[in-house]
Design a binder for this molecule. Structure first.
Ligand code: FES
Length: 130
């Protein structure tokens, strides 16, 4: 009934702690995306996108039909996670930067650098980070 989460005990991918409950499996906050590497294609709004846990922090998945692209969701200005896109634009609410989600390019500052693209593969209904 009490969740024990050890501060600083972030274990990214290892599992050498085979002794059972290492805690902290309750999602890391944010926008409620899927955890792990796979996301159902059908969970991503067609023509829109979704913030999920990526290989290196939060990732933005963008879908157009059966085509999916992924970008690191951390704003290239100061690292705030951008919002899921609408009409092909992902907005960072921190200072108002906007990113074109077909290319990742910053279309409105203060950010000037594009969101880095992350390779993904789509197999059936599963989208995984390559
Ligand atoms: S952190 Fe995104 S606009 Fe400043």
């Amino acid at each position: 009934m009490v969740a024990l989460v050890a501060p600083g005990a972030l274990v990214a991918c290892g599992s050498d702690d085979a002794g059972g409950n290492s805690g902290g499996n309750g999602g890391s906050g944010g926008n409620g995306g899927s955890s792990g590497g796979a996301t159902a294609l059908s969970d991503i709004p067609d023509g829109g996108g979704l913030i999920v846990d990526g290989p290196d922090g939060k990732a933005l998945l963008v879908r157009n039909g059966n085509e999916v692209k992924a970008f690191n969701a951390a704003c290239t200005h100061q690292g705030t996670i951008v919002e899921a896109p609408q009409d092909g634009v992902a907005v960072c609410r921190n200072h108002g930067s906007e990113f074109d989600t077909t290319t990742g390019e910053a279309t409105k500052g203060p950010a000037t650098e594009p969101l880095p693209e992350i390779p993904v593969t789509v197999e059936g209904d599963q989208v995984t980070f390559a």
